[in-house]
Design a binder for this molecule. Structure first.
Ligand SMILES: NC(=O)c1ccc[n+]([C@@H]2O[C@H](COP(=O)([O-])OP(=O)(O)OC[C@H]3O[C@@H](n4cnc5c(N)ncnc54)[C@H](O)[C@@H]3O)[C@@H](O)[C@H]2O)c1
Ligand SMILES: O=C(O)C(=O)C[C@@H](O)[C@H](O)[C@H](O)COP(=O)(O)O
Ligand SMILES: [Zn+2]
Length: 344
């Protein structure tokens, strides 16, 4: 299956969801990956890939390495191998590799092409699509970055066979996000199907990619509707930062964040208690966390102001309206948010 993202300024591209086909690039190519992914899948990729000149840039595995130091090391690899402005980077790994390869490619010699070959569920359904790139710093998550679209995305679901169960759950959280915010029928389908089944996960990947591609095609730079893809993230990013990026996987923090957003939506009458419980049940079916003990509610709240969606000192929240629709609002009072956070 092929999904297209239609964007201005020659930025459109295709997302191929299928077993990896032979690829040929008549230019210098660098595959950016980490030891875990290369151990499982690099030989497979190399058997499918031909390039004028190929080198591998291996960076450490982990969200805690999603920082400027690692970007410098990717850039150093590019300079050492004399990449020019026609060269290409390939992001081969999960969302961490994708976000950093995308960022490095957007600044190397003021920007070169890159391709996404995502290998985790989360990166196949979400991170590889849409062109958000970036790194974390001590102030927070993804606070430094660019919008830089890949020239193509190749999603091969067979690579998920080596993925640990916990990482699979983290990917399911972002699938649930797409369904709750945009598609009631998809949510009901998720309730009645098991994503551990190979056929079902392929359907869920395709549905999620279609949903995201549709949103990004309408709003590439997150000036409006794209903010809905951040449902759960305003809370989730604070959880990731508070726990030094080493306790919760991104998808797990988003899952907890969605539950916090849902609690707020129930309190404000946008969502019923029954709908909230249905979302929880779906997340728990895949053992994804839904609760988190906040140490200091005031500190947690203050952290929201670093969120990139916040404008003029107002925090933007994405709150579900039932299941399958949502509201993007900066009209929520501090008292309402604090009450919800205290109850968690
Ligand atoms: N740009 C976006 O739109 C976007 C969207 C969602 C998330 N993100 C970012 O993505 C990151 C999370 O991505 P992630 O969940 O893929 O985490 P990740 O990149 O850390 O990968 C998770 C783990 O799985 C390993 N792995 C990767 N593929 C594997 C495979 N096939 N088999 C076995 N192990 C494999 C990795 O080495 C890593 O240890 C976060 O930094 C998040 O901010 C970005
Ligand atoms: O593509 C988007 O837009 C998203 O919001 C997808 C999110 O899943 C992703 O985690 C994103 O990086 C979070 O947004 P950010 O702008 O706060 O980095
Ligand atoms: Zn996310």
């Amino acid at each position: 299956m092929t999904v297209n993202i239609t964007l201005p300024h020659d930025n459109s591209y295709d997302i191929f969801i299928d077993e990896l086909k032979d690829l040929y690039f008549d230019r210098k190519v660098v595959i950016v990956t980490n030891p875990t992914v290369s151990g499982f899948h690099l030989e497979y990729l190399k058997s499918k890939l031909k390039a004028r000149e190929l080198s591998i840039c291996t960076i450490p595995d982990g969200e805690e390495y999603k920082n400027m130091e690692t970007i410098e090391s990717i850039l150093a690899h590019c300079f050492t191998n004399r990449l020019d402005r026609k060269s290409l980077l390939i992001a081969f790994g999960g969302g961490v590799i994708g976000d950093m390869t995308g960022f490095a490619s957007s600044i190397y010699q003021r920007g070169i092409d890159f391709v996404q070959i995502p290998t985790t569920l989360l990166s196949q359904v979400d991170a590889s699509v849409g062109g958000k790139t970036g790194i974390n710093n001590k102030f927070g998550k993804n606070l430094v970055g660019t919008f830089h679209q890949p020239i193509a995305v190749y999603i091969d679901p067979s690579m998920l066979k080596t993925l640990p169960k916990r990482e699979f759950g983290a990917g399911v959280a972002e699938i649930v996000k797409m369904a709750v915010t945009f598609n009631k029928d998809f949510f009901e389908w998720l309730e009645s199907h098991d994503l551990n089944d190979e056929k079902n996960i392929q359907i869920a990947i395709a549905k999620s990619v279609e949903t995201k591609a549709n949103v990004v095609s309408q709003d590439e730079k997150e000036l409006g509707i794209r903010a809905a893809l951040n449902y759960g993230h305003t809370f989730g990013h604070v959880i990731e930062n508070e726990t030094n990026y080493n306790t919760y996987l991104h998808g797990e923090a988003v899952s907890i964040g969605m539950c916090m957003a849902n609690a707020l939506a129930v309190k404000l009458g946008f969502m019923s208690k029954d709908e909230e419980l249905r979302v929880n049940k779906l997340l728990e079916k895949y053992d994804i966390p839904t609760t988190y003990k906040i140490k200091n509610v005031e500190d947690f709240y203050e952290h929201f102001f670093l969120d990139k969606k916040s404008l003029d000192n107002k925090i933007k929240f994405i709150l579900p309206i039932g299941i399958g629709d949502c509201k993007i609002t900066n009209e929520i009072t501090k008292d309402d948010v604090i009450e919800i956070l205290k109850g968690f």
